[in-house]
Write a protein that binds this ligand. Structure first.
Ligand code: AVI
Length: 327
């Protein structure tokens, strides 16, 4: 079945999330009128932003994607053994078909694949591709905001364990409170099953710095695209050349911070409104938290999971965790 299904999140059949453009306008206005100015990194991912992110994943300096792929590749059989026969995979986000294929190829008769994503179009495209290549697996895309309360279709009769898959260290882009909330929501929908979670690890700050300040400037483009997207979709008049990309490791908080820094004193028009930026003033666009194996496991325990095996690469750059969901 390939028609994306909308899953209501509030029990009244309402969508539970605002129309994306209205939400972007609301959150950008809130960012511009508060100090310090900060906006959710989820607004990076319009069509151009998603392409730029794909380009980032292939950059020599950006180690997380290839390292996680290597970990999944080397340990696919052990991971599949944890799942047992006829398991179903629930993927939070629909961006990593390469990664889920590694799992599906190693699994014993996978029953169903349920990718969840807020973008119906992107989801339908990736689900279609996967269904074409895996005709025996039921691919059932679910259009929903997986950071909210979720209702998923009931398990198929005779199916095995339900396993959540959240690769890429996207958990690091949440605030600690959001990460805990996400894990609690995931724990509810995966009850009795497990979560396979990718988490980037704390490491040499120079390696981290390079990963978010690549020589080709793709990460800078990705960051600045937020302003271009606002100009395109919301009619703001950001002078994109008037801002520069900044990414640095905040060691006490174990996170990379990305900001857009105003190169000069300037005024940004948005309809009849004006927003003033001083020289050096920033719009904080992303945090990317880095974990230790222990800190990630402690977070999972707080959300009701029981930590299982952890797989890492030789350089201990990245980690993949098996977390048993609450019963
Ligand atoms: C999607 N997320 C895990 C990426 C990260 O590393 O935090 C987003 C990204 N931002 C800049 N480069 C990549």
């Amino acid at each position: 079945m390939l028609n994306p299904q909308f899953v209501p999140v509030d029990g009244h059949g309402r969508a539970g999330h605002t129309e994306p453009r209205a939400a972007f306008a609301r959150d950008l206005r809130a960012a511009l009128t508060s100090r310090p100015r900060s906006i959710s990194p989820k607004y990076f991912y319009d069509e151009r932003g998603s392409h730029l992110f794909d380009a980032i994943c292939g950059l020599p300096e950006y180690y997380p994607t290839r390292t996680e792929l290597r970990i999944l590749q080397s340990h696919a059989r052990e991971i599949a053994a944890q799942m047992g026969p006829r398991a179903e995979i629930v993927e939070f986000g629909a961006g990593s078909l390469r990664k889920v294929r590694l799992l599906l190829d190693a699994m014993d008769s996978p029953a169903r694949y349920l990718p969840i994503d807020i973008s119906g179009e992107h989801l339908a495209r990736s689900a279609h591709e996967l269904q074409r290549d895996y005709p025996r697996i039921e691919v059932q895309p679910v259009v929903a905001d997986y950071t909210q309360r979720l209702l998923l279709p009931a398990s198929l009769p005779g199916s095995g364990m339900r396993v959540g898959f959240f690769p890429g260290s996207t958990i690091g882009n949440f605030t600690p409170a959001e990460a805990l909330h996400f894990l609690q929501v995931a724990g509810q929908v995966l009850r009795g099953g497990a979560l396979l979670l990718g988490a980037d690890l704390v490491k040499d700050p120079q390696v981290l710095h390079a990963a978010y300040n690549d020589a080709q400037g793709i990460t800078a483009e990705f960051n600045l695209n937020l302003l271009q997207r606002a100009n395109r979709e919301l009619g703001t008049a950001f002078d994109v050349d008037g801002f520069s990309h900044s990414a640095f490791y905040n060691a006490p908080l174990h996170r990379i911070e990305m900001h857009l820094v105003s190169r000069r004193r300037q005024s940004v028009a948005w309809g009849t409104e004006r927003f003033e930026f001083d020289e050096g003033e920033t719009l904080h666009t992303e945090n990317s938290y880095k974990f230790t194996i222990e800190s990630l496991r402690a977070l999972a325990v707080d959300a009701g999971f029981r930590p299982g095996p952890v797989w890492t690469d030789e350089g201990r750059m990245f980690s993949v965790h098996w977390l048993h969901a609450p019963q």
